[in-house]
Design a binder for this molecule. Structure first.
Ligand code: PRX
Length: 702
């Protein structure tokens, strides 16, 4: 179905809008009556309250869930598009809202329950009172020992332990901007983020458990610091939390005057209280780096007031969190899901939020359900990859445990209807409502989802826009793709919302070009209607108003719900001296959804060898982390290219996935395709398919 037409001398694919997407419409599932009976959001009037005619004032309803030091004057300021400002003039502190204000009613209630990976270590509860004490003491240390103040940036590279939210909330108390880097990212990846955010302080941990092993995590800090230094950024202090009191899980030597164990410093701040700093609603709360279509990760800068209001409102209405709930989100706090829906949203609502240190299937497939039973978890939140993994490793395990979820979430990737049904029937025991929430690091909180007590569920579809979000699908010609047309296009959000990022840290131009340039109707307009947000996801809109998300339309691979830029992996490959060219494509994986596959061409005169393959593997692991590990590395004689020299990743993606390559006659070197096909698929010709939408459309060619 590929159509070749000239555009700026480049061969491009059939446009989004012309791709018809066929799938079986799934049956509706209705929210269980027991859930509806206790839900926070049961009033259908919400649609009217959050309708366009009440925008932007509708978002007062979310902001009013918070305690403000100063009430705001202007709900939405659109004077400098697309740099929207929310709750302007308001002052607020996120740490106060997640901790202090709950003391009167909930001081003895667990704020956090930490579940260590080894089952021999009992879960540890941190009450709201205890959280208050620990956040204050650590804030005093950050202020008085590290000299940190509002607006400074701190990089946090930590595993899933309660000290991570304590650290974040201590920063927020001072107005220090935290930048949490996923603990599984390599030291180099962490160092690049330290440099980009210009952090002078790195907070880490000696070690943590993963899959039964106590890992040396501090070792990564050493690499991070030398990487940051190479980029021109010096770190003065490294604060190291300790996994076990009195022990050191790291073999890395301490540098005197630079590295400090937190538990050796904290006694100096025992019982100290730090007044929460009233921050401008628009002051940045944190940075969260994510991958895009260039080699350099971008620091999504999130504001204090709007972000906190948005995650609190959506946690209440979409996650249905009440203070008496035990809520467990299995994401890592090092990703946006963990920030919004383990830390800020649930704690702002005084819930009990569970933090699990390790691997869901350690030591066996029943672990997750044992934790749910023991803690009496009633809200469960995870990704399709985790669901697929749990289903494969223990199909009937959930039935052996006596837990009862009222609500479950899936996030991060499209979920296959049959996997959804296992989640609903076996994990949820047909008692729990499911929300399939679509959103992104940039967005702060949910964009599309069903309202759990009000809308029926449809397996595989996220649902309509959540209250106050008006999504639309546009084709490549700026035309709206109509509901029920069966056509795919680019999903956009027509309006600003309080959770949207403020900008890309240090790169305002990239913010505008990446998210707004494509569909902006008038660059000089100050009317938000002219500035739709381009999400970089393909989607289809069914006649009932439910969006089905098809996947990224840029050079991003969604691996187990985590974003990896193909360009980042390619840049890593190119640091191996023997490699002349590298191309990275997604390949379908039964558990992780998509994983990267690498193609490399060697410099003239270099012989292919296992040693080169090993080097490429190693460099990807050290520069990015284990999550980017490729499924295969293929050494090819040449890359498929257009006559203008453009590398055709789409053709490689087709070969990797046994898909039809489409018309390749216009390539400069069509013969190379057959030789790569043999290398990848073997001599026998295999049956080819059309392939899933995201793989068919993979790779920007312009
Ligand atoms: O492609 C979409 C996919 O994950 C991308 C965002 O990744 P990240 O910024 O890491 O945030 C993940 C968690 C918020 C999106 O562009 N995605 C996210 N949620 C869904 C999804 N795809 C399908 N269905 C979802 N529910």
């Amino acid at each position: 179905m590929a159509e070749i037409r000239p555009k700026q001398n480049v061969v491009i694919e059939t446009s989004e809008a012309q791709i018809a997407v066929h799938w079986r419409e799934e049956e509706y599932y209705y929210p269980p009556a027991k859930f509806v009976g206790q839900a926070n959001l049961t009033d259908p009037d919400i649609l009217e309250r959050f309708s366009e005619k009440n925008f932007p004032e509708c978002f007062r309803e979310y902001a009013d869930l918070l305690s403000w030091d100063r009430y705001w004057d202007t709900t939405l300021d659109t004077s400098d598009p697309p740099f929207w400002k929310w709750f302007v003039g308001g002052k607020i502190n996120a740490s106060y809202n997640c901790v202090d204000r709950h003391l009167a009613k909930y001081k003895n209630k667990a704020a956090l329950i930490f579940v260590p990976e080894p089952e021999s270590e009992a879960p540890v509860s941190v009450t709201y009172r205890e959280l208050y004490v620990r956040v204050n003491e650590f804030a005093a240390l950050l202020r008085d020992f590290c000299g940190l103040k509002s607006g400074d940036r701190v990089t946090i590279h930590m595993p899933m332990v309660p000290e991570l939210p304590i650290t974040m909330l201590a920063c927020a108390r001072l107005g220090v901007i935290h930048s949490v880097v996923f603990g599984g990212f390599s030291g180099e990846a962490c160092g690049m983020r330290v440099a980009d955010s210009q952090s002078h302080v790195l907070i880490t941990m000696d070690g943590y458990y993963r899959n039964g092993k106590l890992l040396d995590h501090k070792a990564a800090a050493e690499i991070a610091l030398s990487t940051a230094k190479h980029e021109g950024q010096t770190v003065d202090k490294v604060l190291v939390w300790r996994r076990h009191a009195g022990q050191n899980a790291s073999a890395t030597p301490f540098v005197k005057g630079r590295d400090f164990f937190v538990d050796e410093l904290l006694p100096n701040y025992a019982g100290e209280l730090v007044a929460p700093v009233p921050m401008d609603a628009e002051a940045p709360l944190f940075l969260m780096y994510t991958s895009g279509s260039t080699g350099k990760p971008k620091g999504c800068q999130h504001r204090t007031g709007g972000y906190l209001a948005y995650v609190t409102g959506t946690s209440k209405y979409i996650q249905d969190i009440h203070p008496e709930d035990v809520y467990w989100c299995m994401a890592d706090i090092g990703w946006i899901t963990g920030h919004s829906y383990i830390v800020y949203g649930p704690l702002a609502l005084a819930a009990t939020s569970v933090i699990y240190e390790g691997v869901p299937t350690y030591p066996d497939a029943g672990r997750v359900w044992r934790i749910a039973e023991r803690l009496d978890v009633n809200i469960f939140h995870t990704s399709p990859t985790a669901i697929r993994m749990l289903r494969k490793s223990g199909h009937d395990e959930p039935t052996k445990y006596n837990y009862h979820f009222k609500h479950m979430t899936t996030v991060g990737e499209p979920i296959e209807p049959e996997v959804w049904r296992w989640y609903y029937e076996t994990v949820g025991k047909r008692e729990a409502v499911i929300v399939d929430t679509w959103w992104q690091t940039e967005n702060g909180g949910f964009l599309c989802s069903t309202k759990p007590a009000l809308d029926p569920m449809k397996p595989g579809s996220a649902g309509p826009g959540v209250p106050g979000i008006y999504p639309v699908i546009y084709d490549e010609n700026n035309q709206e793709v109509t509901a029920g047309s069966g056509k795919a296009g680019n999903i956009c959000i027509r309006n600003p919302w309080p959770g949207i990022m403020q900008t890309i840290w240090g790169d305002h131009d990239r913010f505008v070009t990446q998210y707004y340039a494509k569909y902006c109707k008038n660059r000089s307009s100050k009317d938000w209607h002219d500035w739709p947000y381009f999400a970089s996801d393909g989607a289809v809109l069914a006649a009932d108003g439910y969006f089905r998300i098809l996947g990224r339309v840029d050079d991003v691979i969604n691996v187990a719900g985590h974003r990896l830029g193909t360009k980042e992996i390619e840049s890593a490959c190119l640091t191996v001296p023997e490699v002349a060219e590298a191309a990275v494509v997604p390949v379908a994986d039964e558990i992780k959804g998509r994983v990267p596959e690498v193609y490399i061409a060697l410099k003239p005169g270099v012989q292919a060898s296992q040693e080169i393959v090993d080097k490429v593997n190693k460099v990807i692991e050290t520069m990015i982390g284990k999550i980017a590990r490729p499924k295969h590395i293929h050494i090819v004689s040449d890359m498929p290219k257009t006559r203008s020299g453009k590398l055709m990743r789409r053709v490689l993606a087709a070969l990797s996935n046994n898909m039809k390559t489409g018309d390749i006659t216009t390539l400069a070197n069509p013969d190379v395709v057959e030789s790569i096909r043999e290398l990848v698929q073997g001599k026998e010709v295999v049956a080819l398919t059309d392939g899933p939408e995201d793989l068919k459309r993979f790779g920007t060619e312009e």
